[in-house]
Design a protein around this ligand. Structure first.
Ligand code: HEM
Length: 187
């Protein structure tokens, strides 16, 4: 099949749109899990209402936003690779595919947690789910950098310093949020 060069740009645009939708869904889904788990400290009648509502919101988000975003991103990526098969033999793409595999495992793991919550099985604390929610952020940073820098992936000391600063800022925000939560519980 012969595609025009413009088709590649269409594939790329919708690949990026799919990725944005996919990540929005993944981030919000685990947020909902956190609220769902933390409402278990409430009285039975409150818990019952919230469990029903969170289960509904999680299912809708996962099936109407998160998974369709993932499917769109993957189908468009297949189109990109079909038009540019030489990328498959390049190191940056192979590493990218490895990280995308981790992301897919994360995606299906979220479904597993969602089904456990639906069945009132609470295997994780809110704190553990907050930590889990950091994983896609890391995958996002690495994958976007791989696709932008390709084989010139930055490895200099200055680049590591910038990367370290970003991690430090993210950790500080998390600690600040935790400190505020603890303070709220004490008052
Ligand atoms: C199914 C797995 C995936 C494959 C096979 C794939 C493949 C590709 C290909 C071939 C391109 C075009 C590169 C170019 O023309 O320069 C691309 C672009 C891009 N991909 Fe993916 N991708 C996948 C998943 C992802 C994921 C999960 C993310 C985000 C975390 C992502 C983010 C991007 C971005 C931001 C671009 C645009 C880069 C640019 O134009 O500079 N991709 N992808």
């Amino acid at each position: 099949m012969n595609f025009s060069p413009e088709t590649y740009l269409w594939f790329k645009s919708f690949h990026i749109i799919g990725v944005v939708v996919w990540f929005a869904g993944l981030f919000y889904l685990v947020r909902l899990f956190i609220y769902h788990v933390e409402v278990q400290t409430q009285k039975e009648e409150i818990r019952e209402v919230f469990n029903k509502q969170y289960t509904l919101m999680e299912k809708r988000l996962a099936n109407i936003i998160t998974t369709p975003g993932m499917v769109l991103a993957v189908i468009m990526a297949t189109g990109l690779l079909y038009m540019q098969p030489s990328y498959l033999s390049q190191a940056w793409m192979q590493v990218k595919l490895l990280f995308v595999l981790f992301l897919l495992i994360y995606h299906f793991y979220c479904y597993r947690i969602m089904n456990q919550l639906t069945n009132n099985q609470f295997n994780f604390s809110g704190q553990q789910l907050r930590a889990l929610n950091e994983l896609p952020t890391l995958l996002l940073v690495v994958v976007v950098m791989l696709v932008v820098f390709k084989n010139q992936f930055p490895t200099s000391a200055a680049s590591w310093l910038i990367f370290g600063l970003i991690l430090f800022m993210a950790a500080s925000i998390q600690f600040y949020a935790k400190w505020r939560r603890n303070k709220k519980q004490l008052t």
